[in-house]
Design a protein around this ligand. Structure first.
Ligand code: MN
Ligand code: MN
Length: 318
C-alpha cells in the first residue's frame, strides 16, 4: 500500500514566479526521462519481479521517484503561482495577461488548458505516454535499460540546472540529479549481482559470430580501437570473402505446398514485366522543362512534342 507524508523529500524554495521556467521544468514531470516515467518503469518492474532483493530495490526506487515527481511538480506549481491566480481572477489588463501567458515559452497549453497546474506533459505540452517505459521482463535487460534511464535523467537535470539562476531551484534540482546518480549505482550493483549477466537471457550466442567485427563502412575515416581490434576481435575487412557469413549461397528460400506453388506461379505470370517494352507513360505525355529524358525528347516540353507520334506509331506497328 501507499501512504502519503505531507512533507516533501526535499524542501522547495522558489525565489519568484517564472512561467517560462515552469514550462521547461515540465520535462522532468511528464517527459520521456521524467519522474513519472521513472516511477512507472520501476513500479511495474517491481510488481513482476520474483527475486526478493530486486523486488525490494525496484519498489523502493519507484516510491522515491514518486516523491521526486512531487518535488518537481511543486516547483512547477510555485513558478506558476502568480500566473494561475491571474488567469483565474482575470483582474489584470488583457494585454498584460496575454504577455504573461506568452512568456510561458513554447507551451501555452500549460497556462490556457491546465491553468498553470503541473500537467502530465513534457516541456512542449506533449502528453505523457506509457511508451516511455521500455521494460521487457528480463532482469539483465531491464536493469541495463534502468541504468541508461538514470543516466538520461541525470543529464536532463544537469541542463535544467544550467538554465536557472534561482538558487533554491538549483539546490532542489541538484538533489534530484544526485539521487539519479545513486539509483544508477544501485542498478549497476543489482545487474552485476547476477552471476552470468552477459549476454542477456539464457541462450548463448553462436561462438564464431560472437567476437566478429565486420568493417562494413570502408573508406577514409576507418578507425581502429579496442571496440574492433585486438585479441578480443576477429576483424573482417574483406567483405567479399565472408558474404554470406554462414558460407551458404545467400539466397532466401521456402518450401511451398502444391496449392501455394500453383497460385504463386499464377501471380508471377499475371504481374510479369516485359523488359523489351518501351511504353509511353503519363510522365512522357506531360513532360515539361526539367523532366530529363522522356519519350517526347530529352528536354521535355512543347518543342519536342513532334517526335511523339512517330514513336507511338512504331509501338503500334510492333
Ligand atoms: Mn528521480
Ligand atoms: Mn532515479
Amino acid at each position: 500500500m501507499f501512504m502519503h507524508n505531507k512533507r516533501l523529500q526535499y524542501t522547495v524554495r522558489v525565489s519568484e514566479p517564472n512561467p517560462r521556467l515552469a514550462t521547461m521544468m515540465m520535462e522532468q514531470f511528464g517527459g520521456a526521462d521524467g519522474e513519472l516515467a521513472a516511477a512507472m518503469r520501476y513500479f511495474t518492474q517491481g510488481l513482476g519481479e520474483d527475486d526478493a532483493g530486486r523486488k525490494d530495490l525496484l519498489l523502493d526506487i519507484a516510491t522515491e521517484e514518486l516523491s521526486h515527481l512531487e518535488i518537481i511538480g511543486s516547483i512547477v506549481a510555485m513558478l506558476n503561482k502568480g500566473l494561475k491566480a491571474q488567469l483565474a481572477e482575470g483582474t489584470m489588463k488583457e494585454a498584460e495577461l496575454y504577455q504573461m501567458v506568452g512568456s510561458a515559452g513554447s507551451s501555452a497549453k500549460e497556462s490556457i488548458l491546465f491553468g498553470g497546474g503541473p500537467a502530465l506533459c513534457d516541456s512542449a505540452g506533449v502528453p505523457w505516454t506509457a511508451a516511455y517505459v521500455d521494460s521487457r521482463g528480463e532482469p539483465t535487460v531491464d536493469l541495463r535499460s534502468n541504468i541508461a534511464a538514470e543516466a538520461r535523467a541525470k543529464i536532463v537535470y544537469e541542463r535544467l540546472i544550467n538554465i536557472t539562476d534561482d538558487p533554491g531551484i538549483k539546490d532542489a534540482l541538484g538533489f534530484l540529479m544526485t539521487r539519479e546518480v545513486a539509483h544508477q549505482k544501485s542498478f549497476e550493483k543489482a545487474l552485476y549481482a547476477i552471476e552470468n549477466n552477459f549476454p542477456s537471457g539464457k541462450l548463448p550466442g553462436v561462438e564464431k559470430y560472437a567476437s566478429m567485427y565486420v568493417n562494413t563502412s570502408q573508406g577514409e575515416g576507418d578507425a581502429t580501437g579496442p571496440w574492433n581490434s585486438g585479441d578480443e576481435w576477429d576483424r573482417v575487412d574483406d567483405l567479399e570473402q565472408v558474404m554470406p557469413i554462414d558460407g551458404g549461397d545467400g539466397t532466401a528460400t521456402v518450401k511451398l505446398g502444391s496449392a501455394d506453388k500453383k497460385v504463386g506461379q499464377k501471380m508471377a505470370a499475371r504481374t510479369m514485366s516485359d523488359p523489351s517494352s518501351d511504353p509511353t507513360t503519363g510522365a512522357d505525355l506531360g513532360a515539361g522543362p526539367g523532366a530529363g529524358r522522356t519519350k517526347t525528347g530529352d528536354m521535355g516540353g512543347a518543342a519536342n512534342i513532334e517526335e511523339a507520334p512517330a514513336k507511338a506509331e512504331a509501338t503500334v506497328a510492333k
